[in-house]
Write a protein that binds this ligand. Sequence first.
Ligand SMILES: Nc1ncnc2c1ncn2[C@@H]1O[C@H](COP(=O)(O)OP(=O)(O)OP(=O)(O)O)[C@@H](O)[C@H]1O
Ligand SMILES: [Mg+2]
Length: 269
Amino acid sequence: MQKILPQTQREEPNGIEYEESVQLEAIDLIKSVIGSEYTKEEFALACEAIIASNEALKRERDYWNGINNQVKHYTPVEAWKEEIRNKFRSIPNLQTSEEWKSKVSEIMKYFIGEGTLDKNKGLLLIGEVGCGKTTIMNIFKHNPKNCYAVKSSREIASLYASEGHGVVSKYSKPLVQTFPEMFWGQTSLGLCLDDMGTESIKKNYGNGLNVVEELVLNWYDSRKFNMLHATTNLGYDDLKEAYGVRVVDRLTEMMNVIKFSAKETSKRK
Ligand SMILES: Nc1ncnc2c1ncn2[C@@H]1O[C@H](COP(=O)(O)OP(=O)(O)OP(=O)(O)O)[C@@H](O)[C@H]1O
Ligand SMILES: [Mg+2]
């Protein structure tokens, strides 16, 4: 077998043209495998192998560049919006009327400090039984501006009956939470009084109290209007009957009223 020396590699073995960089790589490769002497055939094979592997690397790079170009680079707020859309998409047999879409879109803008709703006020969702109010408030409770907990009014009233006045103090002010990094840096949570009007007056050791009414008045006094939200299927007249004019007056001062039309009927199966 005819051996050649490294200095002769710049010739073109077997008439194949190799780029100089490939030749230099081939020399290193051959040296690392068989030492400093090799045949033209070995040199040609090493060049072929290097060309093939470079092409494979290029194909891989092109492939990943293609994938990376498809991946959207979201800002945190865009990522949040996408997460909200996905939560809605995951509702089985999602129904979306034009009215529903425009209301949800306004609510989404509100929770990033945009749109026409007053950012210094909370939200009051009014609509027919089962039209989706609780679902909407649950989906938006983790948001960039004002995270909040959703608590059923009935549950709060029952807690009062069993645990007493501490429940009123607990839900009359922002709820402290200890993991701000999980809540867009927010150190306290607001509250959504869900299904207002479905609770009954509860007694704790003989003290009858409409807890929800008490909570609304306390939040009003603390002036943290944008941290209290509510949902109800009572109209204004029924709300007034349940809580009195004073409370309803305060509710509407504290909250952006979002009223779903009677056409938005129950989505319960
Ligand atoms: N847009 C929607 N499309 C399809 N189903 C929905 C939609 N929104 C909510 N739902 C489903 O409809 C049911 C009722 O929704 P939800 O409890 O949110 O209504 P609600 O208005 O709060 O009712 P209620 O007045 O009785 O409190 C739930 O099972 C929920 O998953
Ligand atoms: Mg509800």
